[in-house]
Design a protein around this ligand. Structure first.
Ligand code: UDX
Length: 432
């Protein structure tokens, strides 16, 4: 076992810290946010993530996971420090804001004493490792001994705990045998392939993977546009494509597009990196553009089922960027809500986890406690995230509560034939 510290107790850091503690390592999770640390110490989680509360309580009770607000404590405690701080987009340029990473790296440098392996787990553009090493060397004590590794995360919100313990692959960029040995020890018990690369390649694997997944989604969304025009069913087209092992069914479902704290940020950052080295990443900017257009296409489709949007009451099920999360960052559902508000509609909405976050961000939303309350008196119902429960509603009751039987399936997952047999006007993107 190795003494591990994790800096940044967010979606990635908290799962990483609890996961390693569960595997038997003594772990210290550090975050500058005192309130967050107090919440975590009490075993509560400041965001929705299935399975994480149970995992956290277990490892806190075992005494293997401790918390601090000081990086100094981490540097004194740990042999391995995973940096998991946020690297959000800096405005329109898409450039990653690496200021938190620099701040944390500098603080680690100032507190280095014995050998320490510092691991970049935050999503960073390639070449960031060069700056991390430079900062450690210049701000660290004379002759400080450390290594750097890059270990990108592939955790999906809503399934992050299982993604930690059962990843498709583990990618580790290293520059020394000592670093490689430590990372082999830490990840030795995982059954997934453990790929060692140089640091730059490991950094690039993350951006290239997420951008490819975003590209794959935009591709099927573009195909859904063609399906719409020729009367084909994009769900069947996707199914037929996905049976080819080289294509695969994953991230090939058409709908209102991708959002979240990762795809939009990683696509923008990857395009910025390309521009900074003089390459115009046309295929990726096309994927970005297709994703933007998808929300407008959804509005146009909704208008096909509702004559005038102005003054209408629109019911919305799903406000987060997807199901199984309370995260509303770059949520396509909220983008569509704002487009409807701009058209003069009024919005009643429900989301099993993200309601409070959505209303804080968009106060015009009239939040309901369940889908039936949303449908009551609404002129149409939009289903914008694929919570399983939304496909199993009592649709006869929903129809009786709506003023008109119009339903928009923003994730192409509702029982279309059943809805049409009940007399609904069924609207989707790329499904006749
Ligand atoms: C993603 C990557 O999957 C994960 O590996 C990485 O570590 C972080 O970013 P996440 O953003 O949490 O994870 O969610 P994901 O399930 O990938 O969905 C991202 C967006 O794409 C969501 O808005 C989702 O609704 C959308 N999506 C997903 C589609 O529109 N179609 C699909 O087929 C799949």
């Amino acid at each position: 076992m190795r003494k591990i510290a994790v800096i940044g107790a967010g979606h990635v850091g908290l799962i990483t810290a609890a996961g390693f503690a569960k595997l038997g390592h003594p772990v210290m999770a550090v975050d500058q946010d005192k309130a967050k640390i107090e919440t975590l110490r009490s075993g509560r989680i400041p965001f929705f993530e299935p399975g994480l509360p149970e995992l956290l309580s277990e490892v806190i009770a075992s005494g293997r996971l401790s918390f601090s607000t000081r990086i100094k404590d981490a540097a004194e405690f740990a042999e391995v420090i995973f940096i998991c701080v946020g690297t959000p987009s800096r405005g329109d340029s898409g450039e990653s804001d690496l200021s938190a990473l620099e701040k944390v790296t500098a603080e680690i440098a100032r507190n280095l004493s014995a050998y320490c392996l510092i691991v970049e787990k935050s999503t960073v553009p390639a070449l960031t490792g060069e700056w991390v090493k430079h900062t450690l060397k210049t701000l660290g004590p004379e002759g400080a001994s450390f290594d750097l590794a890059a270990n990108p995360e592939f955790l999906r919100e809503g399934s992050a705990v299982s993604d930690f313990f059962k990843p498709d692959r583990i990618v580790v960029g290293v520059e020394s045998d000592r670093a490689r040995g430590i990372m082999e020890e830490i990840y030795g018990s995982f059954s997934a392939p453990l790929l060692f690369t140089d640091i730059k390649s490991a950094e690039l694997i993350k951006h290239a993977s997420n951008s490819f997944l975003a590209l794959k989604i935009s591709y099927i969304n573009a195909v859904s546009h063609i399906c719409e025009k020729v009367g084909a069913d994009v769900n069947l087209v996707s199914k037929g494509m996905g049976l080819d092992r080289r294509i695969g069914p994953g991230h090939l479902s058409a709908g209102i597009g991708y959002g979240g704290g990762c795809f939009p940020k990683d696509v923008a950052s990857f395009m910025h990196l390309a521009r900074s080295i003089g390459y115009d990443f046309k295929i990726l900017s096309a994927a970005f553009q297709a994703n933007q257009e998808q929300k407008q296409r959804a509005l146009e489709k909704i208008k096909k089922g509702i004559w005038n949007l102005n003054g209408k009451i629109i019911g919305v099920l799903g406000l987060a960027f997807k199901d199984e999360t309370d995260d509303i960052r770059e949520s396509p559902a909220l983008d569509i809500v704002r487009l409807l508000l701009n058209e003069g509609s009024r919005i009643k909405a429900y989301d099993p986890a993200a309601g409070a976050n959505a209303v804080a961000d968009c106060p015009e939303i009239m939040l309901c406690q369940n889908p039936y309350e949303v449908a009551e008196g609404a002129d149409a119902l939009l289903v914008l995230t694929e919570w399983p429960g939304f496909a199993e509603l009592d649709f006869a009751r929903i129809k009786s509560l709506l003023t008109a039987p119009v339903i928009f399936d923003g994730r192409n997952f509702l029982p279309r034939e059943k809805l049409q047999s009940l007399g609904f006007t069924y609207l989707a993107l790329g499904r006749p």
